[in-house]
Design a protein around this ligand. Structure first.
Ligand SMILES: Nc1ncnc2c1ncn2[C@@H]1O[C@H](COP(=O)(O)OP(=O)(O)OP(=O)(O)O)[C@@H](O)[C@H]1O
Ligand SMILES: [Mg+2]
Length: 264
């Protein structure tokens, strides 16, 4: 088991941000998480990374019970990339130093860097088609380039679990496809970490994501095999509004059905 949540709830000021979540991720699965703003996605990820604790229920990550294990140790096996970490890095750090810092799951380089580390860091940049950025300063990168460097950083510790929280936000449609294709290649690698991919956009859910979780108002609306979750009926119900459902290639996309919305 990569992740196991048993009846997990999180309460803040008497409001349940997450309610009775039962969810497991097994080795070999890759998951997409879809939910509207405020659904609780980031709260869920913060919990998986041990930054917040369940109010009730039990959470096990990579076989360790969160709350009973040193999360700093566990975090070294979890790569986490989100736009919120984009701002944490120093403008004058080079891409290669930022990737190297991923070894320690810290922003700065405190410990000794070996030659093997450097080789691995270059390989990580290579996987993200970002070798050309290695010696450039972070402040000179576009949003998309920053994302690629940060994903390379996420791979540096050779994590068992890699969490990508809206990695395509702020990317144009071509840059987005490029990043998705890189993610697809990563996911197909025999040594790929288990991926959790959080998004607002269904069309980003590649077939490589075997499973999907739909989160709504802190509750699991539906979770399971992607093709069984991403159906027209399920999604229309999930969004509580009429939708137009399309398939393009192996992917699903939806639009709001404005004609029928007016009639309701
Ligand atoms: N510490 C807190 N105290 C009170 N409410 C909180 C706290 N942290 C998060 N929330 C609330 O919990 C809800 C879920 O927030 P969360 O950030 O997990 O949503 P999200 O699904 O990641 O949304 P988005 O798609 O916008 O990133 C929001 O309504 C948010 O205001
Ligand atoms: Mg969020």
């Amino acid at each position: 088991m990569i992740i196991e949540l048993n009846n997990v709830s999180i309460r803040r000021n008497n409001v349940k941000l997450l309610k009775n979540i039962n969810w497991t991720i097994k080795q070999g699965e890759h998951w997409a998480i879809l939910g509207l703003n405020g659904a609780g996605k980031t709260t869920l990820l913060n919990m998986i990374n041990g930054y917040i604790f369940p109010s009730t229920g039990e959470l096990r990550v990579l076989g360790k019970t969160v709350g009973k294990y040193d999360m700093r140790k566990l975090r070294k096996s979890i790569g986490w990339v989100s736009s919120s970490i984009q701002e944490r890095f120093h403008d004058y750090s080079t891409a290669i130093d930022i990737v190297l810092s991923g070894k320690f799951a810290t922003v700065d380089l405190y410990d000794e860097i070996t030659e093997e580390d450097r080789i691995l860091a270059h390989q990580c940049l290579d996987k993200l088609n970002a070798q050309n950025l290695a010696d450039r300063e972070y402040r000179t990168f576009s949003h998309g380039e920053k994302q690629r460097v940060l994903i390379a950083r996420g791979l540096m510790a050779q994590p068992e679990l890699l969490i990508l929280d809206e990695p395509c936000t702020g990317l144009d449609i071509i840059a987005r496809e490029n990043l998705l294709s890189i993610i697809k290649n990563l996911s197909e690698d025999v040594n790929s970490p288990t991926l959790i991919y959080v998004t607002h956009h269904i069309e980003e859910i590649l077939p490589t994501f075997s499973h999907t979780l739909l989160l709504r108002r802190g509750e699991i609306y539906s979770a399971g095999i992607a093709s069984e979750v991403l159906t027209k009926e399920n999604l229309s119900d999930f969004y509580e509004t009429p939708i137009i459902f399309e398939k393009s290639g192996d992917r699903v996309l939806i639009h709001l059905d404005y004609d029928n919305m007016l009639k309701e």
